[in-house]
Design a protein around this ligand. Structure first.
Ligand SMILES: [Zn+2]
Length: 239
């Protein structure tokens, strides 16, 4: 499972969360060339249940940046891929004010979220206001999980199945709140003691990540270190 954020101009990006459209294009082409298909989290998890997840890579886009519909969507379509967008229904048409200092990036409006959903993308919740759930009081925790789900359902006509923890921070209390709010799964960042359906680990992909092919292989086969000549060749191409 791969984790993207913004797709646009990667200059002036202190948090290294922006990937250029040209790089995303190359990455998706590389996936397809290697018999892999990028899919939404729900598609990946359903395929896993059926034992048919071979060749599928979960693609996620956190924060729901407005550049998703402008840059990522056309590329995903061109390469026959889908993805999950984790949106912030409490900040519709707002900006990433939690990343200070740093460039302001506009977030999807309700129309943008609907456009992504209509194009076959999965819409998940990233909470309402990008709050760290591990430090949230009970009321905030409930609002961020339950209310964000209701708002997204009102926007798309479908209650989201997935949640993604802001900052990737999760503890048992946050995971339980997400589960009782009705989500079927939740994404974290790296692996940890809570790894499971409510803390799925993901691999961060950034513009400067020149070793991304190796990371994709590790994400696909976390316990296996490929030793085939082909894998060696691919590793060398990264440098
Ligand atoms: Zn985020």
């Amino acid at each position: 499972m791969l984790m993207y954020h913004s797709v646009g101009d990667p200059m002036d990006d202190p948090y290294r969360v922006t990937v250029s459209p040209a790089r995303l294009d190359r990455q998706l082409r590389w996936l397809r060339g290697h018999g892999l298909t990028g899919v939404s989290m729900t598609e990946l998890l359903r395929a896993r249940e059926l034992g048919r997840a071979a060749g599928l890579v979960g693609l996620t886009f956190d924060d729901g940046y407005a550049d998703f519909t402008e840059h990522a969507l056309p590329l995903l379509r061109r390469h026959g891929c889908t993805a999950t967008v984790f949106a912030l229904p409490g900040l519709l048409g707002g900006a990433n004010d939690w990343d200070r200092p740093g460039p302001r990036k506009p977030l999807l409006t309700a129309d943008g979220i609907r456009e992504a959903a209509r194009a076959g993308m999965e819409i998940g919740s990233h909470g309402l206001l990008h709050r760290d759930l591990t430090t949230a009081d009970e009321e905030t925790l409930h609002r961020e999980t339950h209310h964000s789900r209701t708002l997204l359902r009102d926007i798309t006509g479908r209650a989201p199945e997935g949640f993604c923890y802001p900052y990737g921070t999760v503890d048992p209390r946050a995971a339980e709140a997400v589960r009782t709010a009705g989500y079927r799964y939740a994404c974290a960042t790296g692996a940890g003691p809570l790894t499971g359906m409510y803390a799925l680990p993901r691999v961060h992909i950034g513009e400067r990540d020149t070793t991304w092919r190796l990371r994709v292989k590790r994400a696909l086969h976390p316990l296996r270190r490929p030793r085939t000549p082909r894998a060696h060749r691919a590793q060398r191409e990264d440098r």
